[in-house]
Design a protein around this ligand. Structure first.
Ligand SMILES: NC(=O)c1ccc[n+]([C@@H]2O[C@H](COP(=O)([O-])OP(=O)(O)OC[C@H]3O[C@@H](n4cnc5c(N)ncnc54)[C@H](O)[C@@H]3O)[C@@H](O)[C@H]2O)c1
Length: 342
């Protein structure tokens, strides 16, 4: 059965990932698209032979849609996802999932009540080097894990967003959080996935030091401690002016794993006995390539609908990753280490 898809928000992530990846998925057809900026909706509609809308509620009312991608500014994720779920559609929502745990709970509840899938777009889990590292850690190949450092930084969203330097990314009431929510939440999700462990404590510093057009964080550094006692740092930045950094290093008893740190070998394993194993697994997707590679997010979402299986990053998973950055904000506010344990 061909699934009818609607993409709500026709900005950069829709253009470079969602629309493109739905288009090459043989099980779907892009039926409708929506953007408040009419030309953006019309441009996407013309490219994919879909119907253009400027009001997503009208789209949900008029079209019989099976699944929706929510590619909107962060403050709209919860309300639009819930409306789409209530209209009977499965939802793939971009990250960060929501702006609060209450909103995340409402999204999870809406998916449950309607018997629909809710997936969050944490594409880092689908990167081959990350999947291989997870396997190595789980198999015991690197022994006990002691610590990590993970970073995600680039020059900022002005070069990416459809609205450039006037983007919602820089507006607190629309974004609610800066680099930490744009990039840091991806790494929060990744490190949970790699270590198969949950974080219990977080401390953070955030600064608005590089951008002049905003009052939200453009540099954030978190310290984290897990249930198993693994400690590490998570850094997110919109001020890595020369080059993107998307690397993660895991330090274990028997080996160190270097992920996305070498331009050729996306995973390098340095064993304590001196042996070095380099894996050439293909590079991580970068926004710089204009969508030349696929993130596997869309294919996974469609598979989960067709096989009636829980998506790898469902609402509950998205909420756990969100909780880390919300906890970091609490730490900044209170100038204390914040406990993530309920
Ligand atoms: N998974 C990833 O790696 C990744 C990468 C970039 C962005 N994102 C996420 O994707 C989402 C969208 O970001 P983007 O980079 O595409 O931003 P963008 O600024 O390029 O596009 C956002 C679009 O939403 C439209 N819009 C705003 N309000 C609307 C409304 N009420 N109804 C319909 N359209 C509306 C805007 O006109 C704009 O075209 C964000 O949540 C962001 O965090 C994810």
């Amino acid at each position: 059965m061909t699934l009818k898809i609607a993409v709500i928000g026709c900005g950069s992530i829709a253009k470079h990932r969602h629309l493109l990846e739905y288009d090459i998925n043989e099980h779907v057809e892009i039926t409708a698209v929506c953007d408040v900026v009419q030309e953006r909706a019309e441009e996407a509609a013309a490219k994919y032979q879909a119907k253009a809308y400027t009001d997503y509620k009208e789209l949900l009312k008029k079209e019989d849609i099976d699944a929706v991608s929510v590619c909107l500014p962060n403050y709209l994720h919860a309300s639009v996802s819930i409306d789409a779920l209530d209209a009977g559609a499965h939802v793939l929502c971009e990250k960060p999932m929501a702006t609060s745990t209450e909103e995340a709970d409402q999204m999870i509840e809406a998916a449950k009540r309607n018997g629909k899938k809710l997936m969050i777009g944490h594409n880092q889990r689908f990167v081959t080097s990350h999947q291989k590292a997870r396997e190595l850690i789980a198999s015991g190949a690197i022994g006990k894990v002691y610590s990590f450092r993970t970073a995600f930084g680039h020059g900022g969203p002005e070069a990416w967003s459809a609205d450039g330097k006037d983007s919602w990314f820089f507006k607190k009431d629309e974004a609610f959080i800066g680099a930490m929510g744009d990039l840091g939440v991806h790494k929060a999700d990744l490190i949970r996935y790699l270590l198969q462990d949950e974080f219990v404590e977080v401390g953070a510093f955030v600064e608005t030091s590089a951008k002049e057009n905003t009052d939200i964080d453009d540099n954030a550094t978190l310290i984290l401690k897990s249930e198993k006692g693994i400690i590490g740092t998570l850094v997110a930045s919109w001020a890595y002016t020369a080059k993107e950094d998307n690397s993660t290093i895991i330090y274990g008893e028997k080996a160190t794993l270097r992920l996305e740190d070498d331009p050729t070998y996306s995973l390098v394993t340095q064993y304590a006995n001196g042996e070095i194993v380099k894996y050439e697994l293909g590079a991580i997707q970068s926004n710089d390539e204009g969508g030349q590679t696929t993130t596997h997010v869309i294919d996974h979402f469609i598979d989960s609908i067709q096989n009636d299986a829980a998506p790898l990053i469902d609402g509950v998973e998205g909420k756990k990753s969100l909780a880390i950055i919300l906890g970091a904000l609490e730490s900044v506010k209170t100038k204390r280490i914040y406990s993530l344990e309920k």
